[in-house]
Design a protein. Structure first.
Length: 280
């Protein structure tokens, strides 16, 4: 099988043995600034291959048709399929209608309505199925119930948007920076005596493995995103909470009072301390 192929509106690429990355971008519609002046920010879907099954992590944006399912069926090659969702945001659940015939792992603290065959998961659970074994880790911050999926034997870590993919959006919880700080501490402690994992982030283009036209030039590039990125995230979070770092203006989701902070490899976009969170 080819290691990269297009099936519009997607491109599928094998990242390493057993891991495929699928994003809603093609040669004709790459990530970043488009000819018409718009910006295209694709979502990431991952297919993790076990011996007898494949696990699809997140379902990207919504598109007409069944193109994502057709890619997954091609990669599964007759093996059973299940889905694991990291959190309930529209850009991670969009293709849900294409997978209503398969079991779907859903975080109990970030429920996704309308799933036909849900399997609730909570931090501390292990998914053992089809030759895969994934630990479910608590990653609250981006949402109230975000989780990570960690395949220890292979070193794969599917993070969704828990840590961003170069920058983290922390808008939706009260006192979100304190929540995020504890998630970072817990995650770094968990990996302290483990090999560096392969991060499988929710919007891989944001790592800027190759430069992305239209990205903020002050946003750090993270082509080899890893635990050092989380260390910088923790330092940045602590400095924001201490008031010892200055942000720059940021606008999103109708709010004009937001701030962006950068330190080392890390960037955080959030609301000002003491302000109300956003809704999505």
């Amino acid at each position: 099988m080819q290691t990269t192929f297009e099936h519009a509106p997607y491109t599928a690429q094998r990242l390493t043995d057993g891991v495929w990355h699928i994003e809603d971008a093609t040669r004709d519609r790459p990530p970043g600034l488009q000819r018409d002046g718009s910006f295209h920010g694709p979502g990431s879907v991952y297919v993790l291959e076990g011996t007898d099954a494949v696990l699809v992590v997140d379902l990207g944006f919504s598109y007409p048709g069944h193109a994502l399912r057709e890619i997954v069926d091609r990669l599964a090659d007759g093996r059973a399929i299940r889905v694991a969702l990291t959190h309930n945001h529209f850009d991670h659940t969009g293709a849900l209608p294409q997978f209503q015939d398969v079991p779907i792992y859903v975080p109990v603290d970030d429920p996704v309505p309308g799933v036909a065959h849900p399997i609730p998961v909570r931090p501390g659970d292990t998914i053992s199925w089809g030759g895969l074994s994934l630990q479910v880790l608590d990653a609250r911050g981006h949402t109230a119930g975000s989780v990570l999926y960690y395949e220890a034997q292979r070193g794969w870590l599917a993070t969704g948007d828990a840590f961003g993919s170069g920058y983290a959006w922390l808008f939706f919880l009260p006192d979100v920076l304190s929540v995020y700080r504890e998630t970072l501490r817990r995650t770094l402690d968990f990996f302290r005596d483990k090999p560096e994992p392969l991060f499988l982030c929710g919007h891989r283009y944001q790592q800027q493995i190759t430069p992305v036209p239209g990205m903020d030039p002050l946003t750090p590039r993270n082509p080899d995103l890893g635990l050092a990125y989380l260390e910088d995230m923790l330092t940045l979070t602590e400095r924001i909470l201490a008031g010892s770092i200055q942000g720059r203006p940021y606008e999103a989701l109708g709010r004009t009072d937001l701030l962006t902070y950068t330190y080392g490899r890390a960037e955080i976009d959030t609301y000002p301390l003491g302000s109300a969170p956003l809704s999505i």
